[in-house]
Design a protein around this ligand. Structure first.
Ligand code: ZN
Length: 59
């Protein structure tokens, strides 16, 4: 089943300067994911301004 709604956030992992995607958690409160290179875990709150941007920077 394919979900056409945007359930992920494109993100720039500044730790490694790579782009990736992080996905909504099941509570729909945050986007969560890991840097594909160093596996650093990141979490971005949904609905706080920045999520309207196509890309988000992980600091
Ligand atoms: Zn990294």
């Amino acid at each position: 089943m394919e979900n056409k709604e945007k359930s992920f956030l494109g993100i720039l992992f500044e730790c490694c300067n790579v782009y990736g995607r992080i996905y909504k958690n099941k509570e729909n409160t945050h986007y969560e994911g890991r840097c594909p290179r160093c596996m650093r875990h990141i979490k971005v709150k949904i609905g706080e301004g920045g999520t309207n941007q196509r890309f988000f920077r992980a600091r």
